[in-house]
Design a protein around this ligand. Structure first.
Ligand code: NDP
Ligand code: 2IT
Length: 451
């Protein structure tokens, strides 16, 4: 029995709850790439899949720090270095209480194929901690980040492994992590991306994932002969880095965004959401969306406790295009049924794996244009790689240059995914197209580099 079969057998036996999301991600890829494996026996002969699904290494460490009351706090830190066939390990850090090895393996595995799709020289990794930044003072976040980097710095480097942000890790955390790295190593190098602009960050890195998801959707709708987003009602979930910048770009191109959500509830504002207020509440004050309805009393706030059975309030809102941008498995079969019933035409995954397999199957069977995360949200890591290039050459690119190259890259990824799907007899299936195209490039590199 191959490792892949063995892994799936374990999953089917329900032995490894912690790894459920990793198996979910892996199973989708295994089904998608079947036509490729059948068409060329070299991949099976050289055990590429079995080698790809096992990370090169998992680093797990203790993080101790003092809170503001001088209590000793202990968290667990991780870095999953999955595959560096195409370039240095690359992928974000997530700070969230739900982080464990399984979550980071799912994210790291997706990242290998995502980074491959960009055509840029970057391998796949992910890391993070079960540390919860919510409710912590800036000083506590700084102390945690310093302690986290005290251990992590041993395993990263500008040409070895370059972490970035993800849920719970933005410019503030990257700044503290970078400060500690410099203190320990005395080197100013592009070892982290997503840095604030004034000490080595790239312009447009904060906007990149959200903007990129919209660029991808524009190309997909054009390729699928659907009407463009201009003037259309769109729904977005999440209210963090990805969601707010997706909203920003959608508004810039003339779409009407009527929703957003956080871990406590959902906003529906039929006149279009007030982005400045959302940024004030979520980015500046790190508050709850409930505050939005205090300023806009005509908007509706639905707390999580009132969500439909098995579903989410945000996907009950009629829309032309939906953008799940919060977290994994936030769009279920119930949600997909609601989107279909309300005439939705396209779903773009801004978050990583936000749709359940059942939801994807249902959406695709109803011919909804479906843009999978590893292709549609690649804009963040694309601009991260631009940041690495700028750091390596000690240069600064203009906003216009980064935006132009981001749009060009997202358009290229979309077309390549669509073409690959067509070549392998699954035209219009962007999930299979992304998995085949992403896998093939890494697999060919692994073959060329030997066992
Ligand atoms: P942020 O931490 O900036 O924002 C996350 C948002 O999602 C917040 O609004 C948060 O609510 C909400 N959220 C998080 N967990 C849950 C949950 N369990 N249930 C409901 N809502 C939740 O993260 P990002 O915007 O950076 O990341 C969002 C998604 O995009 C993730 O899947 C991430 O992996 C993915 N991604 C991020 C990239 C990046 O460059 N940052 C690049 C590519 C993908 P609250 O405010 O209440 O915490
Ligand atoms: O999921 C992702 O692509 C990210 N969190 C961004 C990774 C990066 O290295 O910029």
């Amino acid at each position: 029995m191959s490792i892949a079969q063995e892994e799936i057998r374990k999953f089917e036996n329900g032995n490894c709850a912690e790894n459920a999301v990793f198996y979910q991600a892996m199973e989708e890829v295994i089904y998608s790439i079947a036509p490729l494996l059948e068409s060329d026996p070299i991949y099976t002969k050289l055990g590429i899949l079995d080698r790809l699904i096992v990370p090169d290494r998992i680093i797990k460490f203790k993080v101790t720090w003092l809170d503001d009351n001088n209590n000793v706090m202990v968290n667990t830190g991780y870095r999953v270095q999955f595959n560096n066939a195409l370039g240095p390990y690359k992928g974000g850090l997530r700070f969230h209480p739900t982080v464990n090895e399984g979550v980071l393996k799912f994210l790291g595995f997706e990242q290998i194929l995502k980074n491959s799709l960009t055509g840029l020289p970057i391998g796949g990794a992910k890391g993070g901690s079960d540390f919860n930044p919510k409710g912590k003072s800036d000083f506590e976040v700084m102390k945690f980040c310093s302690s986290f980097m005290t251990e992590l710095h041993k395993y990263i480097g500008a040409r070895m492994d370059v972490p970035a942000g993800d849920i719970g890790v933005g410019a503030r955390e990257i700044g503290y992590l970078y400060g500690e790295y410099k203190k320990i190593t005395s080197t100013y190098e592009g070892v982290l991306t997503g840095k604030p602009f004034f000490f080595g960050g790239s312009l447009m890195r904060p906007e990149a994932t959200g903007y990129g998801a919209v660029y991808f959707t524009e190309t997909m709708l054009e390729l699928e002969n659907k009407e463009p987003l201009n003037g259309k009602v769109c729904t977005v979930s999440g209210a963090g880095n990805v969601a707010l910048h997706a909203i920003e770009k959608l508004q810039q191109i003339g779409a009407m965004v009527v929703s957003c959500s956080d871990s406590h509830g959902t906003i529906y504002d039929s006149r279009g959401v007030d982005l400045d207020l959302l940024k004030e509440i979520k980015l500046k004050k790190r508050g709850s969306l409930e505050e939005y309805v205090q300023m806009h009393t005509e908007a509706k706030y639905t707390p999580v406790s009132e969500y439909p059975e098995g579903g989410h309030a945000v996907w009950e809102i009629p829309c032309y295009a939906a953008f799940p941008c919060a977290t994994q498995n936030e769009l279920t079969e119930v949600d997909a049924q609601n989107l279909i019933a309300n005439g939705c035409v396209s779903v773009t995954e801004g978050a990583n794996m936000p749709s359940t397999p059942q939801a994807i199957e249902l959406l695709q069977s109803h011919k909804i244009c479906f843009a999978p995360a590893k292709a549609a949200n690649a804009g963040g890591v694309v601009v991260s790689e631009f940041e690495m290039s700028q750091n390596a050459s000690m240069s600064k690119w203009s906003f216009e240059k980064v935006d132009f190259k981001l749009k060009e890259t997202m358009t290229m990824i979309c077309k390549r995914v669509a073409l690959t799907a067509k070549d392998y007899g699954v035209e219009g299936n962007y999930v299979d197209g992304a998995n085949i195209a992403g896998f093939k490039k890494v697999a060919d590199a692994m073959i060329a580099e030997g066992i």
